[in-house]
Design a protein around this ligand. Structure first.
Ligand SMILES: [Zn+2]
Length: 154
């Protein structure tokens, strides 16, 4: 009985991780909006369905849940039960992300990946610092990609 409950709770958690419009995503959206950026959301026509599409700058932003997308950090602990299942699932997700990134690198678009651990928990970066980095990349940089992870914590 207890096991049934924990499975249900876990799959609820997994859905939350995969969901769109997560708290970290809203934070980035609101901060960019406040700085005058206008964007579209969740464009299914682009590889990986980017969370934020800044057409004017040919820039895309993905806000990735660390567990779901297989980031190596403190937020992505593999569950003790059905471990093989989760490992397979997550390595599929990593492979899919890499495929999408390869497609984007060959396209006119640039992309930024902001990991969840940069936005929450003990590794969280200062919000204005993070948004400064993103804004600078959007406006001033011509690099094809940007990746922002949480701070390393001793
Ligand atoms: Zn992470």
């Amino acid at each position: 009985m207890a096991d049934v409950h924990s499975k249900a709770a876990r799959s609820k958690n997994m859905r939350a991780i995969k969901a769109k419009n997560t708290q970290p995503e809203l934070l980035i959206r609101q901060a960019l909006y406040a700085r005058g950026f206008r964007y579209r959301l969740h464009d299914k026509g682009l590889p990986g369905t980017p969370d934020i599409v800044l057409k004017k700058y040919k820039a895309l932003i993905f806000i990735n849940g660390c567990f779901w997308h297989g980031h190596r950090c403190h937020l992505s602990k593999i569950p003790q039960t059905r471990t093989a299942f989760w490992l397979a699932k997550i390595s599929d997700n990593i492979a899919r992300d890499q495929r999408h990134q390869t497609q984007l690198l060959a396209s006119e678009w640039r992309y930024a990946v902001i990991w969840e651990c940069a936005l929450k928990g003990k590794t969280r970066l200062r919000a204005d610092y993070l948004i400064d980095c993103v804004e600078d990349w959007i406006i001033n940089s011509n690099s094809k990609s940007l990746e922002i992870s949480g701070a390393s914590v001793k």
